[in-house]
Ligand binder design. Structure first.
Ligand code: AG3
Length: 274
């Protein structure tokens, strides 16, 4: 019997992975967590039957959500990650000379699952510079300040993550950031959800003096073409010179390409300037 996992990306589109084995499932306090061994994409982590990562392509997402803001900032020392309990973003951030990373993941079972089933992703979570808070990020940013970079490594804007896509939240992040602070959030796909992408860009622009979108190819996410949106207080990411230090070991991100990531294909450019 063939075993498959499918995510409904919309009511009418599914992505399916043939799987060798179901390694783990759990109904946590917040969501259904599952881990599969797939035939072609390595190990797969899903939350409520949506793809969070596969060991085959997670490097694209985690490198792009981390290195673009970190190198745009240039001297970030204190970083906040909201969501991202799998640890992939933290792993990439630790390639920079940071003093402190705060990871705020609402569901501690996601962290435990990743530690057990995704050692190559969660490997940074035990680093002494990392402090983990199992709390709601929406509340956390209201009470914790002084960050150079804030990264929102969230699920889709459904259920508990809705508040991470609101103007009120962006305002609270703005206040939690230091003077040259930068916010980056994962902001979905313009292929399937153009209205959502436009709204996120608009909302972030209403709070941050500089708002820039950049994109990456993530084959296992809806549309395969993904956006990240950066809100910056003082640094213009397009004119900022990228320093050659640190020397990063990366597979998708490169300093040579850094500025080009912000150059958008016409359909995305038009969408967000409408
Ligand atoms: N990032 C999940 C992005 C949303 C994917 N959406 C989907 N498959 N429908 C968080 C996990 C990586 N740290």
């Amino acid at each position: 019997m063939e075993l498959w996992f499918s995510e409904y990306q919309t009511k009418n589109v599914k992505i399916s992975f043939r799987i060798k084995e179901v390694l783990y499932t759990k109904e946590s306090k917040y969501q259904k967590i599952a881990v599969y061994e797939t035939e072609d994409y390595g190990r797969l982590l899903t939350l409520d039957d949506t793809v969070m990562l596969t060991t085959r392509d997670e490097f694209v997402y985690h490198e792009m959500i981390s290195h673009v803001p970190m190198l745009t900032h240039g001297s970030a020392s204190k970083v906040l990650v909201i969501g991202g309990g799998d640890g992939g973003t933290v792993r990439e951030l630790l390639k920079h000379p940071v003093s402190e990373i705060h990871l705020v993941e609402i569901d501690e079972d996601v962290i435990e699952t990743s530690k057990k089933y995704f050692p190559t992703v969660s490997c940074g979570l035990t680093d002494p510079r990392v402090k983990i808070f199992c709390e709601d990020g929406i509340e956390f940013v209201k009470n914790n300040k002084g960050y150079d970079v804030v990264i929102v490594d969230s699920t889709d804007p459904i259920g508990p993550a809705v508040g991470l896509f609101s103007v009120e939240f962006y305002k609270n992040v703005f206040d939690a950031l230091n003077d040259n602070g930068i916010l980056v959030a994962q902001t979905e796909t313009p292929i399937l959800f153009p209205d959502l992408v436009r709204k996120i860009y608009r909302d972030m622009s209403s709070v941050f003096p500089f708002t820039n979108m950049y994109t990456a190819v993530i084959p296992t996410y809806p549309g395969a073409f993904w956006t990240f949106t950066m809100g910056s207080k003082t640094i213009d990411p397009v004119s900022k010179e990228i320093s050659s230090l640190p020397v990063l070991e990366t597979k998708y991100y490169s300093k040579e390409l850094h500025k080009s990531y912000f150059i958008l294909p016409p359909f995305v450019k038009n969408l967000i300037s409408e």
